[in-house]
Design a protein. Structure first.
Length: 360
């Protein structure tokens, strides 16, 4: 057989051209299946474990929130929870959280509506701390306000307080106001005053401009023309069968950085049934909190002050009947010690009482 005949027979026996691509197609299908298997393995072994946080819990942030069956556009509400309700976290995505509610049902909720356990616990600790302290002042909100963990707009949210919500005020802090997105940062940027407030069962920081102070009615006439920022009850006296509080008040005159720079003590004049100014002091560089205590039945109060060099100290005063005077200084802001001169001051109380009692 000639060489040419042999080539013709081989050409007749060759499979159709489509079969010649059989091996490459199989390889492509194999690669696709391999990629799918790799994707499934990555989801099951890497992605899902990373997004499933065993034992993590979260708490509802707004007053109410809907739990839905899916984060898709079309979804059904499976449950509604209220602020503070606890859920178990099963999985997280970028914007959603898969949770198990207390009755065992599962659903999805937007992450922005949830509070992580650490922030929630810090908020509870703040409530616990403030519950043991007297407020410096009281007020109410003039608008819906966000409650933050720290005095900053970017700080984690602890909740929202409604318009007209009553709050107790415990601290004040001045914080530089962040520039608007289309404005460059300025060295002389404005500052916002933030208040640390308690509105049971929540506590946190909110913008002070959203709060109006509620000065006690019996002090309102004495607050006219001043910027009264704090008031604390020193003690109570009896007048015709009723208890009347005597006050320590703090004012902020001008626009200082300090919380207050002027104090007054008001005592009750039983003969005229009016308050009288028992003590006034200005030119102070004072910071909250002012503190009142009873020692042997005598009211004392402490001011946190700072001198021109930035040194922190406390000035302690006593009120003996209707006489208020300084009894000494204590170094630092955290000490609860009484000045040594306080003991001397208490020994002099009887003489002062006799002198006060002799007045008409």
């Amino acid at each position: 057989m000639t060489t040419e005949c042999w080539k013709q027979q081989r050409a007749l026996l060759r499979p159709p051209a489509v079969l010649e691509w059989g091996a490459p197609i199989k390889r492509k299908v194999f690669v696709v299946l391999l990629l799918i298997a790799a994707g499934v393995s990555y989801y099951m072994l890497v992605y899902r474990p990373r997004h499933r946080i065993v034992g993590e819990v979260a708490y509802v942030l707004p007053s109410s929130v809907a739990i839905v069956d899916t984060p898709a556009e079309i979804r059904l509400v499976v449950d509604t929870l209220k602020a503070g309700d606890r859920v178990e976290v099963l999985m997280r995505t970028r914007n959603w959280m898969h949770v198990r509610v207390p009755d065992g049902r599962t659903g999805w909720v937007e992450i922005r509506n949830m509070l992580d356990a650490e922030t929630y616990e810090r908020g509870r600790q703040l409530v616990k701390e403030l519950s043991t302290l007297p407020p410096q002042a009281a007020g109410h909100l003039t608008a819906l306000a966000n409650l933050h963990l720290e005095p900053a707009r970017e700080s984690p949210l602890l909740g929202q307080l409604d318009d007209e919500q009553k709050v107790g005020i415990y601290a004040r802090r001045l914080v530089p106001r962040p520039p608007l997105p289309d404005q460059p940062a300025r060295n002389d940027s404005l500052r916002d005053a933030w208040y640390l407030v308690l509105a049971s069962p929540r506590a946190g920081w909110l913008l002070g401009r959203l709060v109006d102070l509620d000065v006690p009615q019996n002090l309102s006439v004495y607050a006219q023309g001043t910027n009264l920022v704090a008031w604390l009850v020193l003690n109570e006296v009896s007048d015709e069968g009723r208890k009347v509080p005597q006050y320590l008040v703090a004012d902020r005159l001008g626009a200082p950085d300090s919380d207050f720079n002027h104090i007054r003590a008001f005592t009750w004049w039983k003969k005229r049934h009016v308050y009288v100014t028992a003590y006034v002091e200005g030119n102070l560089n004072g910071y909250f909190p002012l503190r009142v205590m009873q020692v042997g039945g005598t009211p004392y109060f402490r001011l946190r002050l700072m001198d021109a060099r930035g040194h922190k100290y406390q000035k302690v005063y006593g009120m003996f009947d209707t006489i208020v005077r300084s009894v000494g200084v204590v170094d630092g802001w955290e000490s609860e010690a009484m000045p040594e001169r306080a003991a001397v001051g208490r020994k002099r109380v009887p003489k002062e009482r006799r002198r006060i009692g002799s007045r008409g």
